[in-house]
Write a protein that binds this ligand. Structure first.
Ligand code: G3P
Ligand code: MG
Length: 250
């Protein structure tokens, strides 16, 4: 199944403008013209897939402890918006099910980054596909791209759902065997960290001849430079700025 990933992907929604990994952040990205968004998928203690970036709750909810130690109904009682601003008070941590409903409703595509708490790599991928198999139509699979920094999670994804598109995430300290891993996982896209990438490394990535995406790029001049180097698209916290500054047409 061929994906049509656009040049601009809203990172954790449009997380410069609304609290990351929440429904309001995804709506904001869609309102700014994003056709695709990226989110981070974790598991509650009782195995409900939800959105959260950090392993711990403190930064975005003010609660002490790890995500994996709270049941879904407890996570739901937390406020995931107040840290960002008073106008976001009472924003909830969304379930992945709610997120996928929004994706359909807003006619978006989504990059599901499996972001397991340590030790839950397999379970997170498994619970995510359990849910997707129940709610997601096969015909709409070209709107979903699976990634993870965790090779265990990606391997689980490949075992459980071989036909769902996978991308390879490369971090700030690139695995020297990234190309072998990309082949092994049959990655359709390569995603690299803009923070540390040199032109030489980008050229090495381009030799692989898969669509190439940089995360996280909020400055249109940086995006322009990467475009000149041959990078296909960008994960961004500021989709409006990247849209307006770089791509008049997405
Ligand atoms: O998928 C791109 C990017 O989201 C990876 O880094 O830490 O923002 O999830 P992070
Ligand atoms: Mg992410």
């Amino acid at each position: 199944m061929t994906l049509k990933v656009p040049r601009v992907i809203g990172h954790r929604g449009a997380c410069a403008y609304a609290p990351e990994n929440t429904l309001i952040s995804l709506h904001t990205a869609a309102d700014m013209g994003c056709k695709w968004v990226e989110v981070d998928v974790k598991l509650s203690k009782d195995f409900v897939p939800i959105l959260m970036h950090d392993d711990t709750l403190d930064r975005t909810t003010g609660i002490q402890g790890a995500v994996k130690d709270y049941d879904f109904h407890e996570l739901r009682d937390m406020d995931a918006g107040q840290w960002f601003g008073d106008s976001f008070i009472n924003t909830k941590i969304p379930s992945l099910e709610e997120v996928m409903e929004l994706i359909l409703q807003r006619n978006l595509g989504i990059n599901l980054e499996i972001k397991p708490c340590p030790g839950r790599e397999h379970d997170t991928a498994e619970a995510m596909f359990d849910l997707l198999s129940q709610i997601w139509d096969d015909d709409a699979r070209d709107r979903v791209l699976i990634t993870s920094f965790s090779y265990i999670a990606l391997e689980t994804a490949m075992d459980i759902a071989p036909d769902w598109a996978r991308g390879l995430l490369i971090d700030d300290d690139p695995d020297p065997n990234w190309a072998d891993m990309a082949k092994y996982f049959a990655a359709q896209t390569i995603h690299f960290s803009a923070e540390t990438a040199t032109r030489e490394f980008v050229e090495e990535l381009m030799d692989f001849q898969s669509p190439l995406y940089a995360y996280t790029v909020n400055d249109p001049r940086t995006a322009q430079t990467f475009r000149q180097w041959g990078v296909d698209g960008f994960f961004t916290n500021t989709p409006d700025i990247i849209h307006d500054g770089l791509f008049k047409v997405n």
